[in-house]
Design a protein around this ligand. Structure first.
Ligand code: AP5
Ligand code: ZN
Length: 215
């Protein structure tokens, strides 16, 4: 399966992507995670990307397309993947289509995880992430057993730089302006599906898996 998870910041793309990856045995390719790793490691891409990310803006398309071009060539991506956070602009979607077409492939489906803005602000301002394994928590909706400690690996939990309320609001605007047009783009291709993301994670997962099995 070659799947795209589309959705505003905080919709649960990362949460669903992690679960789908385990269930389907294919990698979750999250461009936000790739960029945050690049920033943490001080690579060229990281240096270029940091200011955009901190402001809640999109990193330029050329950089993103190159990241994906390389990532999709890795051995673990040959049996399918879940793209989480890419594409985010029509230019990125077109570049991806061209890339796939060149090797005789196409996307199977695009799943839009839909959640209203007030819920998104609430989710993101309470989100905590494990520094060591990347697991995601929420201070109220999904608290760790021990304060600021990861249930999975014992790592330290932290709040993301761009999860402050003001930055969250700009990210939501950027989604509406730059990413929302992808709904029509993929509708026209006949591979667009929307799921209600404002339910228990397992319930949302069930819907996505049913879409996947439906072919
Ligand atoms: P990225 O890391 O992709 O951030 P995002 O799209 O803003 O998405 P998030 O990770 O914030 O949310 P999510 O949908 O994964 O939700 P999650 O599962 O964590 O991108 C960051 C930045 O990188 C961008 O701003 C941009 O600068 C740059 N970038 C990345 N890709 C790019 C691209 N292609 N082009 C240009 N720039 C790019 O859940 C959120 C919270 O809600 C958690 O606390 C979770 O526990 C909770 N939660 C999840 N599901 C549920 C549920 N069903 N019910 C209740 N709570 C839930
Ligand atoms: Zn952890």
């Amino acid at each position: 399966t070659r799947m795209v998870l589309l959705g505003p910041p905080g919709a649960g793309k990362g949460t669903q992507g992690q679960m789908l990856s385990q269930r389907l045995g294919i990698p979750q390719i999250a461009t936000g995670d790739i960029l945050r790793n690049a920033v943490a490691n001080g690579t060229d891409i990281g240096l270029k990307a940091k200011s955009y990310m901190d402001a809640g803006d999109l990193v330029p398309d050329e950089i993103m397309v190159e990241i994906i071009r390389e990532r999709l060539q890795e051995p673990d991506a040959q049996q399918g993947y879940i793209l989480d956070g890419f594409p985010r602009t029509v230019a990125q979607a077109e570049a991806l289509d061209e890339m796939l077409e060149a090797i005789g492939q196409r996307l199977d489906r695009v799943v839009h995880v839909d959640v209203d803005n007030e819920t998104l602000v609430e989710r993101l301002s309470g989100r905590l992430i494990c520094r060591d394994c990347g697991a995601t928590y929420h201070v109220r909706f999904h608290p760790p057993a021990k304060d600021r400690v990861c249930d999975e690996c014992g790592g330290e939990l932290y709040q993301r730089e761009d999860d402050q309320e003001e930055t969250v609001r700009s990210r939501l605007e950027v989604f509406a302006e730059r990413t929302q047009p992808l709904v029509d783009y993929y509708r026209q291709q006949g591979i667009y599906h929307k799921v209600d993301g404002d339910r228990e994670p397992e319930t949302v997962l069930g819907d996505i898996l049913r879409l996947t099995e439906a072919g």
